[in-house]
Design a protein around this ligand. Structure first.
Ligand code: MN
Length: 201
């Protein structure tokens, strides 16, 4: 059974950039829904395997992709934010950002523009592409569909309406600008240093 991750900060810790009300709904209602539905799907898959009854396999595997990706992406998103404090990309990550984007400002511009251009509901992600040995930015408009096999998400921004509408209405630019104030680079660095090295060689 999957369990909700604990937030490493209180519900109002990201104020004023990300309101307590939005985080409360996001974490306690929507994310919890993804957890419950993933657990429900995993249980049904267990039963299907135990009884050798795969009548609903298409639906179950689709649900696993949708709800499971919802769990994974939300956990990355919640953990890659922190109350305002100066965190920065590590030397190694910064070197790679400079190599692949031509500088941190260029990376930030592309990430912001890419977020702004996510069509309807979706995500924007900084990822490491092992096969290309390169950092890239990807829009993920239907999170149940992998956009690039094997890519490793490093920094995630939730561009679904529920993540900003309550506080920012349709002003996605303000939401994106605010996000940069609460990025937890220490967490991004951890993923970069701990998960990526096995692929970076
Ligand atoms: Mn969300």
């Amino acid at each position: 059974m999957l369990k909700k991750i604990e937030l490493p900060y209180s519900l109002n810790a990201l104020e004023p950039y990300y309101s307590k009300e939005t985080l409360d709904i996001h974490y306690n209602k929507l994310y919890e829904g993804y957890i419950n539905n993933t657990n429900d799907t995993l249980e049904k898959l267990e039963i299907a395997r135990a009884t050798n009854d795969f009548q609903n396999i298409k639906c179950l595997e689709k649900n696993l992709s949708f709800f499971g990706s919802g769990v994974i992406l939300h956990e990355l998103f919640f953990l890659n934010m922190i109350l305002y404090m100066p965190t920065n990309p590590s030397k190694s990550l910064m070197d790679q950002i400079e190599k692949d984007f031509g500088g941190f400002i260029n990376f930030k511009n592309q990430f912001s523009q890419s977020s702004l251009n996510v069509e309807a509901s979706g995500w924007n992600l900084l990822v490491w592409v092992p096969n290309f040995k390169k950092l890239e930015i990807l829009q993920c408009e239907k999170h149940q569909n992998l956009t690039l096999w094997g890519c490793i998400p490093l920094l995630v921004l939730d561009m679904w309406e529920h993540s900003y509408f309550l506080q920012y209405k349709s002003n996605r630019q303000d939401y994106i600008n605010a996000f940069w104030n609460i990025v937890n680079w220490d967490e991004v660095n951890k993923r970069w240093d701990e998960i990526c090295p096995i692929y970076k060689v």
